[in-house]
Structure formats: C-alpha cells, structure tokens
Design a protein around this ligand. Structure first.
Ligand code: SAM
Ligand code: SF4
Length: 327
C-alpha cells in the first residue's frame, strides 16, 4: 500500500477535517468579533469531503478528527460521520466541539459511530465565559457535557486554553470539574494564529507553569497514554481522570507529528504553524480522477516542514485564525 511519508520520515495516519469555518461563539484567542465567514460555495461538499477521506484512507490514514469552526454548525453532521466511519481503513472518527449544541447532537453523534469527543471549556464562570467567547452560552456547554456523558463514547475530554490574567486562576477548578465528572482534561498553550487584538506574549502561560499549579493540589503520575494527538498525559492517583498538556511552544512536539489538516475550503495544510499548503478543491472541481488525487496527496507531503514557526517574540506570521485552520 502507498503511504504518506514526509521528507523527514514521519508517517501520516491522522487527518483533521474542518467541515465549516462558521461558529456560534467568538473566542477572543481564536477569532475577531467581526470575522467574515467564507461564501458557502467555497466550502467542501459532503461528497468532496468523502472523496478526500477515501483517498487518505487508501494512503494509510486511520483516524479522522472532525473540527472547524464549530463542526456542529454544519447541517447533517452525524450523516457525514457515519459515512466517513464506513470507509475501509478508517478506525476512528473523533471530534472537537465547543459543546453548545451537544444536548441536541450527542445521541445522533454516538449512533453515527463517533468514538471520542473533545469539548472545549476554558472557564466555569458564566460572566467570564461571556467575556472570553463573546456569547452567553456556558450553561449550554455544561448541559452538553452532561448529555454526552449519557452515551458510551470511548472518551470525553475537555480542552482548556490557559491564558495569564484571563483564566489561569481556574486551573484547579477546571481540573476538579474533570475529576468530578471522571473525564480527561488537556491544557493547551495559546498559539499565535491570526491577529486577535491583544499581545499574546502577555497572556502566554507554559505547560510547565500550568503543571506546577496542578501539582500543588494533585499528585501527578507520568503516563505513556497516547491518543494519536500531541498531548502528553499524566495520571492521578485513584482517579479516572488523566491530565494532558499540549505544549507547542515549550515542548516542541513536531518530531513525532503524524497529522495533516484539511481546511473547510479544501486546502491541505501540512503544518499548523506554517503556510505550506495544497489546494485540493480546485483539483477536484477541475475534474481530476482518483489516481491523480492520490498522486497529488503523496507529492503534497513533500511540503511538510520539519517543525512549526511559532515565536511569540516576533510579529504574527500565521495570519489565518484557528477557526480557518481546523484545530
Ligand atoms: N469550535 C470547536 C472548539 O472550540 O472546540 C472546534 C474548533 S477550535 C478552533 C479547536 C480547538 O482549538 C479548541 O479547543 C480551541 O480552544 C483551540 N484554539 C483556538 N484558537 C487557539 C489558539 N490561538 N491557541 C491554542 N488553541 C486554540
Ligand atoms: Fe468557535 Fe472553537 Fe474558535 Fe471558539 S475556539 S471561536 S468555539 S471555532
């Protein structure tokens, strides 16, 4: 079988697909309040997404993460998930969501075969949630988490971006919440994606700092647990909860990168922190055949850089927002 192997010998088995750039929140670290969404005709159709997922599966991709924007803003998403799950070679379809629509969608997502769910939650305070996301939706997210727990997902995990002076006083409260709910939590270092109106170097908090705060309250046990993503996990004595750290700045995770990303408009991004990409939508809309598509994917892999280019001390280099990229 042909495989996707980059110039540095890394094999790609994990594809993140952004199914929309739209979102019902406006997280201040992710997008600006007046963000302009893309014209609908520019967004890949289900058939285009499925064709690409199929090609990637033929090249050894096993895990597909559905993301966005907010993926649940895309109509009939459970149908897309069950069709991706049915592709030979795809072992897992997982999703990252802000959770606001889970009361409505947790059941259909589970029935569609979604195995793991990451739910973003940066604060447990309603007024702060409103400030951070520019929308008053904390209760919807909490209800969504409670609803998701009713189904036997292989894992439900919280994702929290921690920012100095914004929500770093809630590291323990968020950990306690995950422990009480017997779900995992991952703390993420903020990445400099897009110009969001504040100096990210002022709010940056490293995973080491976050870990030090947690260690004052909890005994962390090193763990070899892996989910296919970039998080490094610790366990907690006598608790089901694992605590993950995603450290794009302080612990460069590029050397074992197994991922590529497909944006909502069909641009294949080889790295989150680099603009190298391949426009697959134009290729498909110009009528390429399946063999040409596969060859294009293999050759695009040559564009994968060795490592990302995040540097908080410099000007923002990556102008696209995380919502355009597919986190
Ligand atoms: N809307 C969904 C959500 O919020 O979970 C999925 C897309 S969102 C872009 C995916 C993840 O990226 C979220 O966990 C979010 O917190 C994270 N994220 C967004 N902008 C980020 C940034 N600048 N640095 C680090 N993480 C970021
Ligand atoms: Fe929307 Fe997710 Fe970005 Fe927040 S992080 S604005 S929920 S896409």
């Amino acid at each position: 079988m042909n495989q996707l192997i980059d110039p540095f010998g890394r094999t790609i088995e994990y594809l993140r697909i952004s199914v929309t750039d739209r979102c019902d929140l406006r997280c201040s670290y992710c997008m600006s309040e007046d963000v302009e969404f893309l014209p609908r005709q520019d967004i890949l159709s289900f058939e285009e997404i499925l064709r690409l997922a199929n090609s990637f599966a033929q090249l050894g991709v096993k895990i597909i993460r559905i993301t966005g924007g907010e993926p649940l803003m895309r109509k009939k998403l459970p149908e897309l998930i069950s069709r991706i799950k049915a592709i030979p070679g795809i072992e897992e379809v997982v999703m990252t969501t802000n959770g606001t629509l889970l009361t409505q969608y947790a059941k259909p997502l589970f029935e569609a075969g979604l195995s793991r769910l990451n739910i973003s939650l940066d604060t447990l305070k309603a007024d702060r949630f409103k400030q951070l996301t520019r929308r008053d939706r904390l209760q919807a997210v909490l209800d969504g988490i409670a609803e998701a727990k009713k189904y036997a997902f292989a894992a439900i995990k919280l994702n929290a971006v921690v920012m100095k002076g914004m929500n770093d006083d809630e590291i323990i409260a968020l950990t306690d919440f995950a422990v009480a709910n017997e779900i995992d939590i991952t703390f993420i270092e903020e990445m400099p994606l897009g110009e969001v109106g504040y100096d990210r170097s002022m709010t940056f908090l490293s995973s080491a700092d976050i870990k030090a705060v947690i260690q004052k309250q909890y005994d962390l046990i090193d763990s070899s647990y892996k989910t296919g993503g970039p998080a490094v996990y610790c366990g907690l004595e006598n608790k089901k909860t694992r605590i993950g750290f995603i450290s794009p700045h302080s612990n460069n995770f590029c050397s074992d990168c197994n991922r590529v990303r497909l944006t909502a408009v069909g641009r294949l991004l080889l790295c989150l922190g680099n603009e190298n990409s391949q426009d697959l939508r134009t290729l498909m809309r110009e009528g390429c055949d399946d063999q040409q598509l596969i060859e294009q994917l293999i050759s695009a892999l040559q564009l994968k850089p060795e490592k990302h280019e995040f540097n908080l001390a410099e000007e923002v280099k990556i102008l696209r927002f995380m919502s355009h990229t597919g986190g």
